[in-house]
Design a protein around this ligand. Structure first.
Ligand code: SF4
Ligand code: SF4
Length: 72
C-alpha cells in the first residue's frame, strides 16, 4: 500500500513566501486566494495524496508553518 501523509499548514503563521511551492517535488501546493490575519495569502495543500513525505517543504519554511506526519 502506498504511504499517505498529512500536511498541516499553519494558516495564520504563514507569510506566503512561496518557498514550499518551489521546494515540493510533487507540486502538492497551489497558490492560495484567501488572506490570513496578517494579510498574506498562504498556499493551499491541493494534492496531499501526491505527498512523498520528504519534508522538503518543512525544511525550507522560515516560519515553521508546516507539519508532515504519516497518516497510514
Ligand atoms: S514556506 Fe512557510 S511561510 Fe512560506 S509560503 Fe510556505 S508555509 Fe508559508
Ligand atoms: S513533504 Fe515533500 S512531497 Fe510532501 S508536500 Fe512537502 S515537499 Fe511536497
Amino acid at each position: 500500500m502506498k504511504e499517505a501523509f498529512s500536511i498541516e499548514l499553519d494558516f495564520d503563521a504563514c507569510k506566503a513566501c512561496g518557498y514550499c511551492l518551489e521546494a515540493c517535488p510533487k507540486d502538492v501546493f497551489d497558490p492560495g486566494a484567501a488572506h490570513n490575519a496578517k494579510g498574506y495569502r498562504p498556499p493551499v495543500v491541493a494534492r496531499p495524496d501526491d505527498c512523498l513525505g520528504c519534508r522538503g517543504c518543512y525544511m525550507v519554511c522560515p516560519d515553521f508553518c508546516l507539519e508532515i506526519t504519516r497518516s497510514v
